[in-house]
Write a protein that binds this ligand. Structure first.
Ligand code: ATP
Length: 234
């Protein structure tokens, strides 16, 4: 579904990604794991064209994204759920969800998608009139994912959904990821919480200093001695 070939990107003269190649097949959940500053957020940003591609190619379902501007990415079936959730704190849950459904191609399915998000996340229905900024971190993450689903995407890009959340809530967030995946969405998730994320994805890539250092099934990475020593602390 999504294919990156030798992708390079950065900020001005600073290069954050070097020759990154990866693939996400339809129906898969794939993680990009790695330490702070490895370039995980930059990787999602270049896929959704928030930052420019300096080299290489990105394709979604065989269609090149190289010349597609950021505001058209959502119409290609990609929803980006950004780091720190980026909700509108002074708008209600429902208003935030609606923000995700405003693109032309999603408008005709607006009511149906809202009903679907409420069915998937009954908590959001209960809280629909609450200001998003007053909800717990886990609820805000649920709202951010729900907003992403409002455009009817095929592929969800999730940027560190567990960041900054209490351990018990982290578990709930990974359960959410599992559910999204069971709903048939294809998922590309970047995470620092390596042990947990590897339990909910099929495959993963290890990113270090902007380069893919290793890839394999979740089990292969979980059992890899270097990964265990460096990232899982075993
Ligand atoms: P974290 O888990 O800490 O968010 P990350 O793996 O997501 O890390 P990125 O946020 O992609 O890493 O950052 C990769 C590199 O790019 C870092 O060295 C970072 O300082 C740099 N970088 C990120 N955003 C910008 C920016 N807006 N301008 C300049 N440099 C940036």
């Amino acid at each position: 579904m999504l294919e990156l070939k030798n992708v390079s990107a950065g900020y001005g003269t600073f290069q954050a990604l070097f020759d990154v190649s990866l693939e996400v097949r339809a129906g898969e959940a794939v993680a990009v794991i790695g330490p702070n500053g490895a370039g995980k957020t930059s990787l999602l940003r270049v896929i959704s064209k928030v930052i420019d591609l300096n080299g290489g190619e990105i394709a979604m379902e065989g269609v090149s994204l190289n010349d597609v501007p950021a505001h058209k990415i959502i119409e290609m079936g990609i929803a980006h759920v950004p780091e720190h959730r980026r909700l509108f704190p002074r708008l209600t849950v429902e208003e935030n969800l609606k923000m995700g459904g405003f693109i032309a191609s999603a408008r005709s399915h607006f009511d149906e998608r809202l009903a679907y998000v409420y069915e998937l996340f009954p908590r959001m229905k209960e809280r629909r009139h609450q200001l998003a900024g007053t909800m717990s971190g886990g609820e805000q993450q649920m709202c951010a994912i729900g907003r992403g689903l409002m455009s009817g995407p095929k592929l969800l890009l999730l940027d560190e959904p567990s960041a900054g959340l209490a351990p018990v809530i982290v578990q709930q967030v990974f359960d959410l990821v599992r559910r999204i995946r069971e709903e048939g969405y294809t998922v590309l998730i970047v995470e620092q919480n390596i042990q947990q994320v590897l339990k909910v994805v099929d495959r993963a890539y290890l990113l270090e200093v902007g380069q893919i250092k290793m890839s394999g099934s979740s089990r292969e990475l979980l059992e890899n001695d270097d990964v265990r020593r460096a990232y899982i602390g075993l």
